[in-house]
Design a protein around this ligand. Structure first.
Ligand code: G6P
Length: 505
């Protein structure tokens, strides 16, 4: 029998996400022709590497649940059954991963189109980048329908459905209408929610809101996004009843509770990995990328996305090297960037801009044996990344807008050496609400002030840096991934068992 403090899920869990937790790939057997290769090939499995999929995986394992996701990558006919299901993890077979195969056209319109050329710029407040992809909305709807149908195939009246992110704004209402009333539908929106004035740029705003209000529970990272969501509902769905105090919306026969539950990282695991990295891992990184191993190191780790503020960060670094010439040769900034959504022109242009800015700044200040900016798009193993986190003296997280920014928390968790590392943090990311008071706050667009703050952070006395990092570490360990799950499931349980009244009258 579940108690109020029970952190687990109150029923069989179905998780729905765009990205899958395990990706099977074929490795060629090394034969000399296709037929030989096919018979010799072996299957390799990419396990959840971090963030959401890695965090949810053990939870779904405990519930003997189902995970439904887009089956990108190789078609693994040897391991899936006729319903496209595979038991994972490979040797434990703890739960069912059901893959939804999508045609190239569907991916083009649902993922690259409506999700990432309309909803992504919309929610991040870049209305100028919203493309006219109205036709893609039909595919977005069709794909949401396919996921909703897959959920209905697996659901019973005790099921908890937990949808992740902006790829599934329409599915909740479709699911709600096709599964037993005893089941609970919840969703977590991992990206920001825009203001009313930005939301007006969404060509199908009403449909998006109606879809989301099919959820019994809708979670955002911070209060600001919850308030904006309620503002949008009040403005664009006049038939909805919005109870702002209790954060409950009634619309179309459904009642939705809207909550702010900031996501965290598995801090213990990052600290453990950082501690287990040896000096050799770092020395190898230094020699491979030309990082001086005896100077001061700054670090940036981002997906190559126009929301991350990388060009502004580079300009701030340029100003910094102009104004603080003594740091030339002694301070090196390492920028790890992960190419992302590269089929979208806005991402291609952004990548080109970042690379050319790095080259320009390095030409301007670099010498024969030192480059101010070490830039790489290489894939780094988890241990290598944690080694960089551990050895970096200063981390810059400067998105123009970001739902939470889990990299910030990973860096803090992996700063295990008590050397007083410093965090420079944009005030436009969700993580700022948790960590802003003990980070050095920056406005990512005010590049002059930004440059000054880099100088200020580097000059900060050691005892102050240590104190700040101690506080940051306490907060990151306290508000970790486990805490997020517990809070989510606590809400879900209250709704599922009926102990939390959703009624507004
Ligand atoms: C953001 C989104 C995630 C997404 C990730 C990577 O963090 O909230 O849902 O998976 O970016 O983007 P991608 O498009 O490569 O999945």
């Amino acid at each position: 029998k579940q108690t109020e403090d029970d952190p687990s899920c109150p029923g069989p869990l179905i998780v729905v996400s765009n990205r899958q937790p395990y990706r099977h790939e074929y490795e060629d057997g090394g034969g000399t022709n296709a037929a030989e290769n096919a018979s010799d090939r072996s299957i390799t499995v990419d396990e959840p590497a971090g963030g959401l999929t890695a965090g949810l995986d053990p939870v779904v394992q405990q519930t003997d649940g189902t995970w439904i996701a887009w089956g990108d990558g190789d078609a693994d006919f040897d391991v899936v059954d006729e319903d496209n299901c595979v038991d994972v993890p490979p040797d434990e077979e703890a739960y069912t991963l059901r893959r939804i195969d999508l045609s190239e056209e569907a991916v083009d319109s649902y993922y690259y189109g409506f999700s990432n050329r309309v909803l992504w710029p919309l929610c991040h407040g870049f209305p100028d980048l919203i493309e006219d992809r109205t036709n893609d909305f039909e595919w977005y709807r069709t794909v949401n329908e396919r996921f909703a149908k897959a959920v209905a195939d697996h659901a019973n009246d005790d099921t908890v459905v937990w949808l992740q992110d902006y790829h599934f704004a329409l599915a909740p209402r479709m699911i709600r209408e096709s599964i037993p009333t005893g089941a609970t539908v919840a969703q977590f929106w991992h990206i920001p929610w825009p203001t009313v004035s930005t939301f007006q740029h969404c060509p199908v705003g009403g449909r998006i809101l109606e879809g989301l209000l099919g959820n019994d529970l809708l979670g955002f990272h911070v209060d600001r996004y919850v308030d904006r969501f309620l503002d949008c509902v009040a403005r664009y769905l006049p038939a909805a009843t919005v109870d702002r105090n209790r954060r409950i919306v009634r619309y179309g026969g459904e009642t939705t509770r809207v909550v702010a539950t900031p996501m965290g990282v598995d801090a213990e695991s990052h600290a453990r990995t950082a501690r287990s990295t040896d000096a050799e891992t770092f020395a190898n990184l230094c020699s491979e990328y030309g990082i001086p191993d005896d100077g001061t190191i700054g670090l940036g780790v981002d997906r190559l996305d126009y929301t991350k503020g990388i060009p502004e960060r580079l300009t701030a670094l340029e100003r910094f090297f102009e104004r603080y010439p003594d740091w030339r040769g002694d301070f090196t900034f390492v920028q790890k960037a992960t190419p992302s959504r590269t089929e979208i022109p806005a991402y291609q242009h952004h990548g080109e801009l970042v690379r050319s800015e790095v080259e320009r700044i390095n030409r301007r200040f670099g010498t024969d044996d030192w480059q101010p900016i070490v830039y790489t798009e290489d894939y780094l193993e988890e241990a290598e990344l944690c080694s960089l986190y551990r050895h970096a003296d200063l981390m810059i997280v400067s998105p123009l807008v970001d739902g939470m920014n889990l990299v910030t928390q990973e860096y803090v968790a992996a700063s295990v050496d008590d050397t007083g590392d410093t965090l420079l943090l944009s005030d436009r990311v969700g993580a700022h609400e948790l960590l802003g008071s003990h980070a050095v706050t920056i406005d990512p667009t005010d590049v002059d002030d930004f440059a000054e703050r880099i100088g200020h952070a580097l000059a900060m006395p050691a005892h102050e840096r240590r104190h700040r990092m101690d506080v940051l570490r306490d907060r990151v360990f306290d508000a970790d991934l486990d805490r997020w799950m517990t809070t989510q499931f606590d809400w879900i349980r209250r709704i599922h068992t009926g102990s939390e009244s959703q009624r507004t009258d």
